[in-house]
Design a protein around this ligand. Structure first.
Ligand code: GRF
Length: 291
């Protein structure tokens, strides 16, 4: 099963971020982008300084001018906040999909609990977007934002419409779940509802898969609600696991490659307004095409 697309709903409380899926892959033409900043959109004090002009903005400007002949006014790019705790390969994959037009959005800021992690450093140095720290260290409350400050920073200062949890390994506060209900996606490196929940993150997940003898694994993209890894599934992709050959590291590598595909596809569908929620139970369903 190469890439099925499923989905979910969200309701608030402290939710750990860890989990992914395959949104329908549809070749799409480059969108019309126009760079837009939130009005009065300054940086939050806890945002680390970000310097060079964002690459996304330069690319967006190029696209905007190349579409100047279009009759329809260019649609401003949708603003997406991305949360990271690790190397940031999913952040880079999302950004690449934004640049090549698969996702009509831009990264407006990055949030991390580890300001020195690879993803946060790349966001600061290469992407040039503000990097916010959440949560603060217990020993130093001024080192990061409170939950209320985080919600305000995302909603008001950075005007984020969607949130992507791209390997963020801390709890998501209930107020953020409420503020971004059905607007926050997480990627999990296994096929939920199996291999999810407390302790199921990073290599733990892949080790559990290999131990179980499961013949398949794959990422799940799901909406975030207040229950750990339990939000409705939006997309999944499947990779083969050979119990005689594959170690946890092999499974992790195969799954990560699929993560990069389906996270972008799922976000692209959400941004395009192609995600509908099944009436009886809120299961998200992706409509093919472009919004
Ligand atoms: C990914 O496998 C993600 O699903 C998991 O942690 C890993 C993060 O990778 N939660 P990266 O930081 O995006 O490279």
């Amino acid at each position: 099963m190469p890439a099925a697309l499923l989905a979910a709903t969200a309701r608030p409380r402290a939710v750990p971020a860890r989990s992914p899926a395959r949104a329908a892959t549809v070749p799409r033409p480059p969108p019309a982008f126009a760079s837009r900043r939130p009005e009065g959109g300054g940086r939050h004090p806890a945002a680390a300084s970000a310097s060079p002009p964002p690459r996304a903005s330069r690319a967006s400007a190029a696209r905007a001018s190349s579409s100047a002949d279009d009759d329809a006014p260019p649609r401003p790019p949708t603003r997406v906040a991305v949360f990271v705790s690790g190397g940031g390969s999913n952040l880079r994959a999302l950004h690449a999909a934004m640049l090549d037009g698969r996702v009509r959005a831009e990264v407006c800021c990055v949030v991390t609990n580890l300001p020195d992690c690879g993803g946060a450093s790349w966001a600061r140095d290469r992407l040039g977007v503000p990097v916010l720290t959440y949560p603060a260290k217990k020993s130093d409350p001024s080192s990061g934002l409170t939950a209320a400050e985080l919600v305000r920073a995302l909603e008001v200062e950075h005007a984020a419409k969607y949130v992507c949890l791209a390997g963020y390994l801390r709890l998501i506060p209930p107020e953020l779940c409420r503020a971004f209900e059905r607007k926050m996606l997480n990627i999990h490196p296994a096929l939920l509802p199996a291999f999810g929940g407390k302790g199921m993150h990073g290599m733990n997940v892949h080790e559990a898969v290999v131990r179980s003898g499961a013949r398949v694994s794959g990422p799940t993209v799901h909406f975030v609600n207040e229950k750990f890894d339990e939000g409705k599934i939006l997309a999944q992709a499947v990779v083969r696991v050979d119990p005689g050959v594959d170690a946890a590291e092999d499974v992790a590598a195969k799954v990560l490659e699929k993560e990069h595909e389906i996270f972008a596809d799922a976000l692209g569908a959400l941004v395009d307004g192609r995600v509908e929620f099944r009436e009886e139970d809120g299961v998200p369903i992706v409509r093919e095409g472009r919004g």
